[in-house]
Ligand binder design. Structure first.
Ligand code: ATP
Ligand code: MG
Length: 427
């Protein structure tokens, strides 16, 4: 079936489902393949459960005209999302980068939805399936859309741009994340830079952090740029005070306000400034921006502040890589607190540099003078230090349940695979 025909069906049945267990009446089921499953095999069940159509790519499953046979279901989904995108006459903002994409996206949603009907990536659905599904969820009443794009290989962002056609691009930063797939930091730059390449080619606009010199280099040749940062930018803001919660003053004339966020960590400053810059560009007035940003509270273990008994816990167990770990440690070091603890889980997907990166992190903890540190995971096993080490976070929990920590400020951070949130149960 050709995409325009399928698109007509989609207009009648605009809800797409890729999980056969979640089918609702009138969904179109897309039978994707994974490493361990073949969606084609679930198409009959999806139809039985109420799906209007099932898009499949193995002919033996097509037993009646509710089956739509394609060459490849995933490609069909992506092409359909592109077709849909072309019908939408709205600004589309794409966000990528190594750290802080989801946080920045959520802040942008907060700010833009105060004025516009805003559609955006739900949660962290930022991959080759999540991006097209996000596009296909955008309804006719949309006034603006924000798409998070994640990548762990060269070429991915370029391919997402081909069907999402962003008019605006925002690269948060380029750090050491997913080094396994990218090979090196240069590889990460190239991969994230594919967003700028697309914007450059189609004369779009970028929102750029002026504090990061490499972004300026990467953005050469892009005519329309809105900059934000701590100095020398169109939107200038700085972090003030040393509270656990980030406070920001915006110093750009006409926008002088203080924003008391509910975000932990100075590393959220660029995320906040990005949201101010985007909001300002789209004519959201500064008081509305302030209110939206002050009301936003993060969830899903992303830099949450949790008070338990006499302890203040910064839970950041959603992901970790050398760049975000470094910033989190520096942030802890800068806090005015007496009894500081670090419960650090291993950083995953580090490839060949894993041992060296874990050692650098330990060295940084030593250098910053942290005394109470618990390292978790085999990736730390070979590192040199005098800290406590456990293989798993449940051992950390057991240890802390027996050796109570009180009146402390505690950072819990690690890659999702390290499951550091388990340690929280000890408090
Ligand atoms: P993912 O790759 O999982 O989609 P993401 O880029 O969407 O991650 P977030 O989920 O927003 O990132 O944030 C994850 C963690 O990254 C935060 O909890 C924080 O520790 C760190 N972080 C957030 N913003 C920044 C930033 N601007 N610079 C460095 N680290 C950051
Ligand atoms: Mg994310």
């Amino acid at each position: 079936m050709f995409i325009p025909e399928l698109y007509n069906l989609f207009l009648q049945f605009p809800s797409i489902q890729t999980d056969s267990r979640k089918i609702k009446k009138g969904d179109i089921f897309f039978a994707l393949k994974g490493d361990n499953f073949n969606g084609n095999a679930f198409a009959a069940k999806a139809l039985e459960d109420g799906a209007a159509y099932a898009v499949i790519d193995e002919s033996q499953y097509a037993t009646d005209d509710r089956y739509i046979l394609t060459n490849d279901v995933l490609t069909t989904l992506q092409l359909l999302s592109h077709h849909h995108r072309l019908q939408l006459d709205i600004p589309v903002i794409a966000i990528t980068g190594s750290n802080g994409k989801t946080t920045t996206k959520e802040l942008l949603i907060a700010v833009l939805s105060a004025k516009y009907k805003t559609y955006a990536t739900e949660g962290n659905l930022n991959n080759h399936i999540g991006v097209p599904l996000t596009l296909l969820k955008i309804k006719q009443d949309a006034e603006i859309a924000i798409i998070e794009m994640g990548a762990n290989h060269i070429g991915e962002i370029a391919s997402y741009c081909k069907y999402a056609n962003p008019d605006f691009g925002l690269i948060n930063n380029v750090g050491k994340a997913h080094l396994e797939g990218f090979g090196s930091l240069e590889g990460v730059k190239k991969a994230k830079g594919e967003l700028y390449d697309y914007i450059r080619k189609f004369d779009g606009t970028i929102f750029r952090n002026a504090d990061l010199d490499y972004l300026e280099k990467m953005s050469q040749g892009i005519q329309k740029q809105i900059t934000y940062g701590t100095s020398n930018a169109q939107v200038i803001g700085r972090a003030i005070g040393d509270d656990t919660m980030l406070k920001v003053v915006i110093l750009t004339s006409g926008m002088e306000v203080q924003i008391n966020t509910q975000l932990v960590g100075a590393y959220n400053l660029p995320n906040v400034l990005a949201a101010v810059a985007v909001g300002h560009y789209f004519n959201v007035d500064i008081d509305t921006i302030k209110k939206a940003l002050e009301n936003y509270t993060p969830s899903n273990s992303r830099s949450q502040l949790i008070e338990k008994g006499s302890n203040k816990i910064i839970l950041d167990a959603y992901n970790a890589n050398p760049t975000s770990m470094k910033l989190a440690l520096e942030n802890m070091a800068s806090l005015q607190a007496e009894n500081k603890w670090l419960l650090l889980g291993a950083m995953k997907e580090m490839g060949e540099e894993s041992v060296a990166e874990h050692q650098s992190l330990v060295d940084l903890a030593i250098q910053l003078g942290f005394q109470n540190v618990i390292l978790t995971g085999k990736e730390f096993e070979a590192t040199k230090h005098n800290y406590i080490w456990f293989a798993t976070s449940s051992e950390v929990k057991d240890y802390l349940s027996e050796n109570k920590v009180e009146h402390a400020t505690i950072l819990i951070k690690g890659s999702r695979g390290s499951k550091m949130e388990v340690a929280l149960e000890a408090f």
